[in-house]
Design a protein around this ligand. Structure first.
Ligand code: G3I
Length: 462
């Protein structure tokens, strides 16, 4: 397996237009030789996405378009996740703020970001009573029906072939024990049949997208989930198209992970639909939070048709429940105990991972030299030296000036920020350095007409 090396090589090939063939061949051979050998010992996957993929699942995050330009946000997303859900950008008020006038810009940014990096996309959400523009609520029944079907059709056609799963209808059932549908413009004017109609319209618009019904407080067996269960059973019996159930899974001390979570997932799966955990967050901290996260992941993995997990944000500070610190990364993108428990539950391992909580006392320095220059491009080398104590991993940012492009990296694991100009290189096999010891990584750059030298950020040790 050439896991990390393959990522670096794949990027270099895609970015490689115009490189001198000899240099590229040499660089690729070097990368393959240096990276493939240590990784042939088949270490467990060391990111959430890679570990989930080895289980045949995806591991996603809800993202905001206006955060993609933040280097650490994009780097964490790109490194750890292989699926995204736009947190707000595909809601009705964002996509069709006035009737027939669609505004896809922010949602497109997320979809393009994901597609460029091989991540799948969950579409959230087509028909929902909330974040609904005022003009929709004011329509009469016939007009509302036509507006709903047009919205579904226009949006799904715009993204046809690019969305793995759509939340076609979101949160249509009431809380509490009634099992009734929630009052909404759709329910009140179109009646129970609006859900079926939305799913039929969705299937016609993009036959290859998986069509989900998504809700909260349906995570365990209770009156609300029983009502959803009855609807899904009825849809399957009558051939109404539905492929998946989204269990949002927003948990906190008042709404803990239910003891029958796995049984509930299983009973939906047994109806012949996939189950996706769509908006996971668990308020808390430390070991207690980590244990809850681990239980959720294990429950999903136990059910074959539980096909993926999405956490509702990346760092705690951007969560809709930020004060409850419900996510896997802290405000500085440090990996929380819950992160390590999730990775481990997915069969991955943080051992040797330089991005872990780290050793705050450890230190390193990074220095840059150009080792070869052929005018249109150059080879750079960064030497990493441990300070007065042993380190077990390192990372450093290299910033290029557009339109320069890195076409190859060796002896380090690169990720890029949203702009494509800031490359974070982390140690791969060469993370452990005794006090005072050094190692180096190299990279090849196509100048594309710009001669600004690369800027090196500080070395971060762990
Ligand atoms: O972008 C504007 C900003 O310009 C303005 O200054 C600010 C002032 O309030 O509002 C910002 O928009 C907010 C938006 O989040 C982006 O941060 C909205 O007010 C706020 O209502 C919106 O909240 C979102 C919420 O859905 C709306 O119902 C949350 O981010 C989002 O996480 C949350 O997600 C929902 C799922 O879609 C469905 N399931 C429950 C889940 C959590 O509530």
């Amino acid at each position: 397996m050439i896991g990390t090396g393959t990522i670096g090589i794949g990027r270099s090939v895609r970015r490689g237009a115009g490189v001198r063939a000899g240099i590229l061949t040499t660089a690729l051979l070097t990368v393959t030789a240096l990276v493939a050998l240590p990784q042939s010992t088949a270490h467990a996957a060391d990111t959430l996405g890679a570990a989930a993929a080895e289980q045949g699942r995806y591991f996603g995050a809800a993202v905001a378009a206006n955060r993609l330009g933040e280097a650490q946000y994009a780097a964490t997303l790109n490194t750890e996740f292989n699926s995204v859900t736009p947190e707000n950008e595909m809601k009705w008020d964002a996509l069709e703020p006035s009737r027939g006038s669609f505004s896809f810009g922010n949602a497109d940014r997320i979809v393009n970001h994901a597609q460029g990096r091989g991540m799948s996309v969950r579409g959230h959400t087509l028909v929902w009573h909330s974040q609904l523009p005022g003009w929709v609520s004011g329509l009469g029944a016939a007009d509302l029906r036509s507006a709903m079907n047009n919205h579904i059709t226009q949006v799904m056609t715009h993204y046809k072939g690019k969305i793995h799963s759509w939340d076609v209808v979101n949160e249509a059932f009431q809380d509490g024990g009634s099992g009734a549908r929630r009052s909404s413009p759709f329910q009140d004017k179109l009646g129970n049949g609006f859900i079926e109609e939305a799913f039929r319209t969705a299937r016609a618009a993009d036959p290859n997208a998986k069509l989900c019904y998504n809700d909260y407080n349906t995570d365990g067996v209770n009156a609300k989930s029983n009502a959803v269960y009855a609807m899904v059973r009825d849809f399957k019996a009558r051939g109404v198209p539905i492929d998946c159930i989204g269990l949002q899974s927003h948990f906190n001390p008042n709404s803990p992970v239910p003891s029958d979570y796995q049984a509930n997932i299983q009973r939906f799966a047994d109806l012949g639909v996939d189950v996706q955990i769509t908006e996971l967050d668990i308020e808390g901290s430390g070991t207690a939070q980590a244990t809850n996260y681990g239980n959720v992941v294990r429950a999903c993995l136990t059910v074959t048709r539980c096909t993926g997990i999405t956490v509702w944000g990346i760092p705690d500070k951007y969560s809709w429940r930020a004060s409850g610190t419900p996510l896997l990364f802290d405000d500085n993108y440090g990996k929380k105990p819950a992160y390590h428990t999730v990775l481990s539950a997915l069969g991955g391992s943080s051992s040797g991972d330089p991005g872990g909580p780290g050793n705050p006392g450890a230190a390193c320095t990074a220095t840059y030299t150009t080792t070869e220059d052929w005018g249109s491009g150059y080879n750079g080398q960064v030497t990493i030296k441990a300070g007065g104590s042993r380190i077990s991993g390192w990372s450093v940012n290299v910033t290029l000036t557009a339109p320069q492009k890195v076409i190859s990296v060796w002896n380090g694991t690169p990720t890029w920020d949203g702009s494509g100009n800031v490359m974070t290189v982390r140690s791969s096999w060469n993370g452990t350095l005794e006090a005072g010891a050094s190692t180096s990584f190299g990279f090849t750059v196509n100048r594309n007409g710009n001669s600004t030298p690369p800027q090196l950020g500080p070395c971060t040790a762990s």
